[in-house]
Design a protein. Sequence first.
Length: 266
Amino acid sequence: MGRMNGRVVWITGASSGIGKALALSCRRAGAHLVLSSRRAAELARVEASLPPSGDAGVLVLPLDVSDTSAAPDAVQKVLERFGRVDVLVNNAGVSQRSMAHETPLDVDRRIMEVNYFGPVALAKAVLPHMLFAGGGRIVVISSISGKFGYHLRSAYAASKHALHGFFESLRMELHDRGIRVTMVCPGRIRTDISLHALRADGTEHRRMDEGQLRGRSAEDCAERILKGILRDEEEVFFGGREMAALQIKRFLPGLFSRMMRNRGPD
């Protein structure tokens, strides 16, 4: 695939999981890459693992997306290196494993800062330059939890729902000015997301959930996302049998509610 040749793709949360896999897919497609996450050492390892791709360059740019004040400076560094941002992939995020009524508000806020305000702040910082260039694409890695709530994920689901509200509105407002938005809703993907999920006390879950172990590979998910970008898709869904819940909720909401209550957390 060479259809990304010369395009500048900025991926947050690029040190592992879907972000790392998407960096590899985009590199193979010929894109210039900007790799961001909090973990500079892991980003360096990702950069070292990328195959050669002609003149395609890589900028390793450590960034904590919850520090929204850092977004403008980060954008400036990308522009200084590549001159533009063609595709922004808002992938950085944190999950949750705690009951809503047992979770202090400050933990809810931490999740919202990373999952919602971080992507919004980065998009707002990038958009003026995309508009000046005549267009661009923002890819938002949401979740199946962006379509319905689930046990132990109240703040996580809320943050993903919020992403849909903001970026779908943005898509409508700026479509005629060349801005495209792709919302990605993965189901269970084999990543470390459950290891780093926040518990009620704000510490990490540090357990690999069975659902994650049974999930689809991050590499297959990345390839599906790349296809969605190239096909100009507004929504991308990818997962296993759990994705059937989307249709059950849509057409049989009462059954969906009973099923999810009875199923319990996993």
